[in-house]
Design a protein around this ligand. Sequence first.
Ligand code: CMC
Length: 434
Amino acid sequence: MDKVNNADHATLTLPGSNRSAQLKLLSGTLGPQVADIRKLQSDLGIFTFDPGYGETASCESKITYIDGDAGVLLYRGYPIEQLAEKSTFLEVAYLLMYGELPTSAEFETFSTGITRHTMLHEQIRRFWEGFRRDAHPMAVLCGVVGAMSAFYPESVNINDPREREISAYRLIAKIPTITAWAYKYSVGQPFMYPRNDLSYAENFLYMMNAVPPESYRKNPILERAMDLIMILHADHEQNASTSTVRLAGSTGANPFACIASGIAALWGPAHGGANEAVLKMLEEIGDKSKIPAFIAEVKDKNSHTKLMGFGHRVYKNFDPRAKIMQRTCYEVLGELGVKDPLLDLAIELEKIALNDDYFVSRKLYPNVDFYSGIILKAMGFPTTMFTPLFAMARTTGWISQWMEMIEDPLQRIGRPRQLYTGAPQRDYVEMAAR
Ligand code: CMC
């Protein structure tokens, strides 16, 4: 074993033996130190047990930082509040992918590159005919994104940096087209082809809302709100879907397959599906008078009911995105002249929960999804489109994380171990003897 400086190490000793391991303490630029357990099995013959990986850093990353206790979220070091106020989604996409804010020339090249990839291959269009009319748009997203690898066979060359970059451009550029078409199909309207004279957010709104017989009227309030919502959802460190993308990517799978696996993981109500679930919950509660009964149900261990839009694996304080989302919610509803009783209900629910010992003692605060559904509803999106919008924005984060992973010299196939609690070895019993 290396000679060690004990100040930089934690010592783990096996009880009843004189064997111990020196776990090197690694320091990042921000955040707590991390004990390096890579040699634990060879030094002590044991693994660690960490269901849900809440105590495990699965990789080194320079992209996003969260301080869950302080309610801080940084993209490449920049606070989310500043980016939400001053930046645009495409600029944030550049920042996440390349690590720095672009100069105007770099931004011009990037946005032109993205814009040139917004169309889908005409044959991809035919996939839609295979989906049932009532298919959930997340099912469509999963299927179509995964199938894109069939159209770009060169994307399997993941060791070629230029191929990786082109795949990233294709994904960021085409995901709004796929998302909007998933909606158009569900309402039986013609697909609208992308318009490269519009901004990223406006082009998406155009493909969602325009119809061929009418001229399209831009709406700057909706455009800014859409852009902001996408900035807030662009990346979020090693969450379930991002970790899924990295795990799939660690096998050498092509980027389209990896992003499709991220979309699948995002779909669940504990993750990206929560925005849809919040609105359903508010509609089910229906009236302020029913809040106490609902809260009692949430607190009842046997009910399995959760206060959707509350709680987070990492934030044990206000999710900073929720604060921005709440403010934006007021602004957007005010500017659009929408009066939604669900907003009043949400405010009342939040007030009650923030003063209730059950939520206070567990440090359960509103997360990004508590208010996003109300804004998206006011913007005219049907509930089933909420999670696809999240996926559309997160594609940028996923592909940036995937690129970082491929370039990481420490990268190896993701392969967690287990604590086996099944039957010990036993002999096969013939059927007649069972
Ligand atoms: N309502 C009621 N109780 C809750 C909630 C909630 N929303 N969230 C956590 N708890 C309780 C949980 O039952 C547990 O109680 P106890 O200690 O008595 O067993 C305690 O709080 C700790 O919760 P946990 O399940 O260990 O926390 P976790 O880190 O595993 O789960 C979570 C995090 C986000 C899955 C969970 O808080 C949750 O299901 N929230 C509702 C769904 C939601 O809003 N998800 C969106 C997350 S933000 C967007 C995104 O990143 O996708």
